[in-house]
Design a protein around this ligand. Sequence first.
Ligand SMILES: [Zn+2]
Length: 253
Amino acid sequence: MKKKYSIIPFIILLCFLNLNCQNTKNRASDTVSSEKASSDNCVNNEFRSSDISLMPEWMPRDMAVFKVLHPGIVVWGSDPIFHINHLETYKKELQGFKDLGINMIACNVWLLTATEEYLYHNPEYREAVCRDITGTPIVPPWLDGQYKGVKPYWGCTNNPLFQELLIIKARLGMAHGATMLHLDDHLGTFSCAEFAGGCFCEYCLEGFRKWLAKKYTPQELSKKGIKDVTRFNYAELVKASGYTTKKAYRDAV
Ligand SMILES: [Zn+2]
């Protein structure tokens, strides 16, 4: 089940014309490469206090049901990852909103997971996930779905591969008619660190090393027991301190 989260994330208004995704591969990126976000997507977005927002995660059979609401914004759009094999349908859905007179249409870029089905078909992304102190991939506690045995693992927003996928999704949305971005679960890996026992992936450990080196002098680090920050491994420190399981670590922080 897709989560229902209490926080309504930010809407970021962007004319998404200059994003170039490097390292395109035979995945969603192939679809993007054949599409170009045109300047037609750049609209004069301006919120009004009278605007009525739609949050249609999934489309109704008949778009006319929205008419009586006189909506002005699609604030919670659908993530293109769910339409990856039928993007023309996705495009028609977005056009349906435009036919209702809506110019501000958000593309949902879900920062939480690549989804279980996409992870099944693109196994390389299963390596770009948050990991607990034992190295085990973390599943967001409120996501209970799976696809042929693959779970919706928590994507690590510090991992370049997952970052690449986020950009691909944003570009897909813009290329198919969206005019805004909705960054869903925008805290990404920070939330995982806050209450899910992660992340101890190589990118997060390296990021922590860089943060320490920037924040503290070598003398200050030495006083904390870190003689050589370039070789410091936070995960090893945690385990050496006796917190060798996800539960033990979560109970301690
Ligand atoms: Zn990580």
